[in-house]
Design a binder for this molecule. Structure first.
Ligand SMILES: O=C[C@H](O)[C@H](O)[C@H](O)COP(=O)(O)O
Length: 237
């Protein structure tokens, strides 16, 4: 049974709110990027305004997260200002049974990997449509690439058996440019047998800044799903 866009939005909202409710006063919070995390950031702001939370600071994983954090009154800091990240809340484009992720649908995976990997507790928030048996079945692996290295990186990933596609803007002519001023190659692989190995291999190509495979980083996944017609949250830890 396919789920409507409205129902998916509802599930994103439920898991976003549930994740934000796990944040405690005094915590340093990694603010993820995307439509699901946006609900978590909004809920953090609501809790701050209501006095349910005090003294949190947010470490944004993108320009979008920074703007949203400020909009909802979360004090924004950089990694230079803190010595830890207590919890990070972030979305994903695919989640496999080993809690390995593909991220970067919003071209934010480089900063996300830095912040999410530092977190004592990394919570992934997704709706059920993101769960896959095999990584790469619905989503390509995004690579953030230095613009001057697009051609050699394209050839290198083709040699690895990947099919690279330069990500183009939707409301912009030309390629998508990341927050760091780089480009994105979305690489489709027929099968990803060993995500950990592929993550390292891709990052070893000169010119690749970071790829969207997140291996061994996830602590907890909150999955929004419909059961008996009602939205509910399943925890995978
Ligand atoms: O670059 C973007 C991020 O990795 C997002 O967290 C990911 O694309 C999921 O986004 P959404 O919650 O909008 O599906």
């Amino acid at each position: 049974m396919s789920i409507s866009a409205e129902d998916i939005k509802k599930l994103k909202q439920e898991v976003g709110i549930a994740a934000a409710q796990r944040v405690k006063s005094g915590m340093v919070v990694g603010l993820g990027t995307g439509s699901t995390t946006a609900f978590a950031i909004e809920e953090l702001g609501r809790r701050l305004a209501a006095g349910e939370l005090t003294d949190i600071v947010g470490i944004p994983t993108s320009f979008q997260a920074s703007v949203l954090g400020k909009k909802y009154g979360i004090p924004i800091r950089s990694l230079d200002d803190v010595d830890r990240v207590d919890v990070a809340i972030d979305g994903a484009d695919e989640v496999d049974p080993h809690k390995t992720l593909i991220k970067g649908g919003g071209a934010a995976h480089t900063r996300e990997k830095v912040v999410d990997s530092l977190a004592t507790l990394f919570i992934v928030v997704v709706d059920e449509s993101k769960l896959v048996d095999k990584l790469g079945s619905t989503f390509a692996v995004p690579l953030e690439v230095l613009p001057m290295a697009i051609s050699p990186v394209t050839r290198a990933v083709e040699k690895l058996g990947g099919k690279p596609d330069l990500r183009m803007g939707i409301k912009k002519d030309g390629p998508v440019i990341t927050d760091q001023g780089n480009m994105v190659l979305d690489v489709t692989f027929e099968a990803i047998a060993d995500a950990a190995e592929l993550e390292k291999t891709l990052n070893n190509i000169p010119g690749v800044v970071e790829n969207g495979l997140f291996v061994g980083v996830t602590d907890l996944i909150l999955v929004g799903e419909f059961k008996d017609g009602k939205p509910q949250i399943r925890e995978i830890s």
